[in-house]
Design a binder for this molecule. Structure first.
Ligand code: HEC
Length: 408
């Protein structure tokens, strides 16, 4: 696929994907919120399960949750499904247009394995299908009766899978692949269980058949999965913007911490009516989660930097490293190329391809110009997104930075 076509698909379908996902997740969060805020009116009979009044945009909306009377089924019942399907379909198109069309550069990490592009695509695609069947099967085993056991088993299987794909996929694609698998499970839950079960319930009602409890229970377990997986999936989908997280050697542990913290936060948000300490626990999860991530990053930074001989206090490389870390270069430049910025590891003395079509050798003068006037020469394949540091660093500091970059 030509790069213009890839860019075209990227813009159109990413936009659709984001809008559809906002609509889907927005609905789902609003319904959960309603569910925990309904108040039952004791004056009304057993058919009324709860009601509420909402003030929104200049009007009061009255909403009542009820058991449907089979003799009085409303002529228009709104069903929510296209938000979910559109999210999945546009996401799948993006996966093909952006990743499957360039598996060698965007999915694989050549420093991990020499797997071929088509093999990576096949593994990614097959995993989407198998993730759904594995999850679906798991929820059909007797284990489903114990929510904690079923979730723990699913988490263990997922961890095993992640450790496997970590052998060949780039870190960034590992995050995205897991996000795509969880998103597929969520959408398939809607398509193959939640919507068909709603239809079965309505058909039973119309035919005067008794309510089948198992149908409702299955739909509920599926909704529960979708509900708690939502926040983690959003994190994984946006993770391409966080090279400092996926570029870290402990990126799997970091994702684990983030996912657990997000699930606890969502859980607490659901308890806000019934558990008075919910906000404290949610904040504790946030603070502990952030501390754990910073802790992991601290350990990995020291583990990778501590191997060499001890450096003198005024060593230019050490000073350059400190400057590099404190000036935020690492937010964009990682030990390997990312979509945000090229890596600076091993670039000293190499020939650089520029966006202008020219080439330049990465010597001291080139590095100095790149740091001070970053827009003067832009590396091919990257946006001119680097800030210029001409007013930030003096000559000596630039020399230290260059010494550090040379040492990488
Ligand atoms: C906001 C993200 C960002 C930050 C922060 C950033 N850079 Fe960059 N950097 C880029 C991008 C994108 C490019 C490639 C485009 C270009 O050449 O301008 C780049 C290119 C470079 C290059 C040229 C690399 C090549 O491919 O030839 C050097 C050297 C460099 N940056 C050093 C630094 C240093 C040192 C810092 C910290 C003081 C820093 N950058 C901070 C995004 C960033």
């Amino acid at each position: 696929m030509s790069s213009e076509l890839i860019e075209f698909f990227n813009v159109i379908f990413r936009y659709i994907h984001v809008i559809a996902a906002i609509m889907w997740i927005g609905n789902s969060l609003l319904f959960t919120w309603m569910e925990i805020n309904f108040v039952k009116d004791p004056k009304k009979g057993d058919d009324s399960l709860g009601e509420m009044n909402m003030l929104h945009a200049g009007g009061v909306y009255f909403l009542e949750k009820r058991v449907i009377d089979p003799n009085n089924i409303p002529p228009k019942l709104h069903v929510f499904k296209w938000q979910s399907y559109t999210t999945w379909i546009s996401g799948f198109i993006l996966l093909i247009a952006i990743f499957y069309s360039r598996p060698g550069t965007l999915m694989l990490d050549p420093s991990k394995s020499d797997m071929l592009g088509w093999q990576a695509t096949a593994i990614s695609l097959a995993s989407l299908v198998l993730a759904w069947f594995t999850y679906d099967l798991l929820l059909k085993t007797p284990l489903r009766k114990n929510t904690v056991a079923v979730m723990a088993t699913a988490a263990l299987i997922l961890l095993g899978y992640v450790l496997w794909i970590d052998q060949f996929f780039s870190n960034r694609f590992v995050y995205l692949q897991v996000g795509a698998m969880l998103g597929t499970i969520m959408s398939a839950n809607v398509r193959f269980v939640i919507i068909p079960n709603q239809k079965k319930i309505m058909d039973n009602l119309k035919a005067g058949r008794p309510h089948d409890l198992e149908i409702g229970r299955q739909a509920k377990l599926r909704s529960l999965t979708n509900h708690y997986v939502t926040f983690p999936v959003i994190f994984l989908m946006l993770s391409a913007h966080f090279p400092s997280l996926y570029g870290d050697p402990y990126y799997i542990a970091i994702a684990g911490v983030v996912v657990v913290a997000l699930i606890i936060i969502k859980w607490m948000m659901n308890l806000y009516n019934t558990f008075s300490e919910w906000l404290y626990v949610a904040f504790a999860a946030l603070i502990l989660g952030c501390s754990a991530v910073f802790g992991l990053k601290y350990v990995s930074a020291n583990a990778s930097g501590g191997g060499g001989p001890a450096l003198a206090m005024d060593d230019p490389i050490r000073l350059g490293k400190e400057l590099y870390q404190s000036s935020g270069c690492m937010a964009c430049h990682q030990p390997m190329d990312s979509s945000i910025a090229p890596t600076l590891h091993g670039i000293y003395g190499t020939e650089r391809q520029l966006a202008s079509g020219e080439t330049a050798v990465a010597d001291d003068a080139y590095l100095e110009e790149s740091i001070l006037y970053s827009k003067a020469k832009v590396t091919k394949g990257y946006a001119a997104a680097m800030p210029g540091y001409e007013t930030v660093f003096d000559e000596e500091e630039v020399a230290h930075l260059i010494a550090y970059i040379r040492s990488l």
